[in-house]
Design a protein. Sequence first.
Length: 364
Amino acid sequence: METTSKKIEYNQFISNVVKSLNEIECFGDLIEKSEEKVISPLNEIECFGDLIEKSEEKVISPLNEIRLEAMSNNMTLKTIVNNYEDKLNQIISDSDKFYLVNAGRMNHGKSSLLNSLTGQVEDVFEVQDKRTTVKNKTYQYNENIYFIDTPGLNAHDNDDQEAIKAYKKANIILFVHNLSVGDIRKEEVRDIKTIISCFNNIDNLVDKFVLVLTGKDAIQSKDDLNNIKNKVLLDIKNETGLTGFKVFTVSNTTYKNGLKNNKNKLIEHSGIKLLHEYIDSFIMSSNSEIQDRICERIDLETEKVKDKLQLLKEEKTEKLKKEEIVINEFKSRINDILSSRFYIIERANDRLNRCMDEISSLRG
């Protein structure tokens, strides 16, 4: 009987333990569910926070782009204005300068001619039978007159670009052709056409273009010299349309000999003195023309700047319209987010309160 009683008590104990375990398990499930109820709204709040953060990023990012774009526009405007001021300063700086520029093929006496015009015994510009002038070389003849020795055209593409820079600012261009070569070559015709292209039209070049025929000391008779000269003039007229320009025949060798040996007859015979006198008179008569040309250059640069500013204004106006649309869209999105924000927080707060009440009751 005692054994049976103990067995019953044992079974009852086991039953109570199992019941307690079941209750604990149920309580654990309840706690877990309650925690889920707590965690869920917290997660919602956290997710909402992430949403707000991402939305802010989406708003801030385009706003930053707009700010950068505005800064870029300001920099562009500043660059245009600064470049314009620099250009005007350069034009004004050149206003009292006269540029005499040579042109023509290699080994036709271009550099030698400028050396003769300097009136110095020692050469200012390098003279050789090979390609030595690859950059424009400038010599200040006096206070406001500059001689520019250009590379021979068609020797190299870079040489051509260098020469063209000088042609565009030239007040007078001495195109050099060596009489010993005879007729003008096709390459020289192309060179003259290149020079013409640097001016708005051929009429603007006529007064500035001077044909200088060098090497006259190598031509035995006056008739031969005139025949070559006339043929050269005819070919230039027929091939380029350029006519009515001044022509001089000179000998650099004769002039140098006369200068070194102090022989005026050789200097007179060289033809350099006549050319120099023409250049001097041309400079005196071209002062008003130079001023007109400066005004034209200023007007041209001003028109270019106006066009650039107008284009920038149109681009900026179009961008502002697009930016306004973007900003309004984000304003709308922000308003939607803010309007839903309080509802979500309020709902999450209610759920938290209910969960806390349930937990409190379970603990009690």
